[in-house]
Design a binder for this molecule. Sequence first.
Ligand code: AMP
Ligand code: MG
Length: 670
Amino acid sequence: MSNTPLRAALLIVSTTAAKDPSTDASQAALSDVLEKEGDGKWALVDTKIVPDVVTQVQRQIMLWTDVAADTINLVITTGGTGFAVADNTPEAVSAILHKPAPGLVHGMLAASLSVTPFAMMSRPVAGVRNKSIIITLPGSPKGARENLQAILKTLPHACLQAAGLDSRTLHAGGVKKLEADAGIGSGSHSHSHDHQHSHGAGHQHSHGHGGLVRHTAPSSNPMSNDPNLGPSRRNRESPYPMLSVDDALNKIKEQTPPSEIITTKVDRSLPGHVLAEDVQARENVPAFRASIVDGYAVVVPKDGNLKGVFPVASVYHASPGEVKPLKEGEIARITTGAPLPPGATSVIMVEDTILKTMTEDGKEEKEVEILADNVKEGENIREIGSDIKTGTVIISKGEQISAVGGEIGLLAAVGVAEVKTYRKPVIGVLSTGDEIVQHDRPGDLRLGEVRDTNRITLMSAAQECGFEVVDLGIAADKPGTLEETLRDALRRVDFIITTGGVSMGELDLLKPTVERSLGGTIHFGRVAMKPGKPTTFATVPVKNNAGERVTKVIFSLPGNPASAIVTFHLFVLPSLHQISGISPAGLTKVPVTLAHDFTLDKTRPEYHRAIVSVGKDGALIAASTGGQRSSKVGSLRGANSLLCMPSGKEPLKKGTKVDALLMGGIRSEV
Ligand code: AMP
Ligand code: MG
């Protein structure tokens, strides 16, 4: 074994000690154990104190395990392992472990349980990240000391192996020699120790960390794979915590950038936008006293009796022009919508009249007999502002201008030519993968090629939902290519939707590129759902063309076509709605009745592609579109909804009520 001491670093996790280091007693206790009981094998090279904040714990550990020039062999944390709300050290550490070490955990717990049952209240974790062993000790100096003592003798061997010392060299002489080296015996139950334990693939000699290129600060949550390290060093399990769908939606709500308010012309591009202001009528409707029938304007006498023959003094059509006052005893012919002459107090419908005499040429009416008595003032007249008065709020802030309905007409009627709205984001859609080819490329596919299904699907869906779409093409699985494509896209669009490259393959570059090259933050990288588990949501700070700092959004959806479109509807749409001011955001949810039995996924809630229709009794019924495998493009055919199915071992029976998220219109059952 090596004669140079192993390098240990100590992280004190304590909000109190972070404020006042003098309150910490663990450091003294633990350095004492390393020094007095470590057989001279240890050098405590660094000690840091952080508060009980997950990201700070992770950041400091990763400074030691990922970027330190000389390997830190052992990272010891103390504190934050209990059950209190602030106790998060085990979670922080396990999220960044490359390999867990349950044996070390067992050793620590067994030793301290033999001292006190309260050891049950410590939740230690241990494992390997890069070349370092990490262990989490409790915060109490006594507990920390006992735990460390329990495993101290085996740690040198573990550390050397983690650092990449050849296993054959390490194990020459067998386990007895190892135990002798460590100064421990395997005791009475001398378990046969045939070294079946896996040593992983990373047994090259140490090459240090010089080759690691970091473009972002270590604090930027560097949990994704470093593509430079190659397949043997990638995380073998996603380091991202698995969020529930609700938690993922909450994250999206929280991290979707604020809406921007712009001035929009009232024209055909306005429908779909949401008003960012109350809009008032600029003018009265109608703007003048107008007739609502074809007939004769009259001045109603006191007794209301208009029976008799009257000369037709003037004629008014619905066209702008001069009007001259009307006197009692005269009438004026008037058409629907025409302005009334001043003095007129009512309009008699043409049906209530008889033509009496004509002009000599026979072309005009001269006299007309009116057959009405009991006429009241104001009959058949629309007064100024009787529909809408100047200054009244006609549409309120937050209301969406629909494409089917009257809002746009309302704005037009009252002379509003532009309004303040929430700007709709421009969306770029990118496919990734070396195997993906343009969907309409002529000729047969070569082995391994796949036609790009997702880009055209997502662009169509986003456009149908009312958003401007930019085609970002297909990016190859090369770190540089992807980075360049994304950088360029960030200049052109507000939201980027990518598909592919978020699984756990070594060519799955999305997360590392977003985090390491673009300085983005990944808010989640895994969701407990089917399909769509690797759905990833990130934001990236950028400067816009005006040099202002803005945040852009990247949704990286799984490559499988069904997963991509399901997660678009489920996660991307609510974010697009939110930033556009559309509320409630996301698909409309309605209760439906299952038309047949549905098998469930045993562990994950499933979004089952289905056809919802109106049954004969008026109730909504849902039938599956068939096979739901995430690669099945056909599972979306005809689907107008996603059924929110719980996880479960037994099928859900026909007739059960579930929620359906509506992607499209509902038809009557055929
Ligand atoms: P990935 O997430 O890149 O591992 O992709 C998962 C699966 O989806 C693979 O079988 C890919 O070939 C497939 N896939 C990825 N992108 C697309 C796409 N744009 N169109 C069709 N299939 C795709
Ligand atoms: Mg791929």
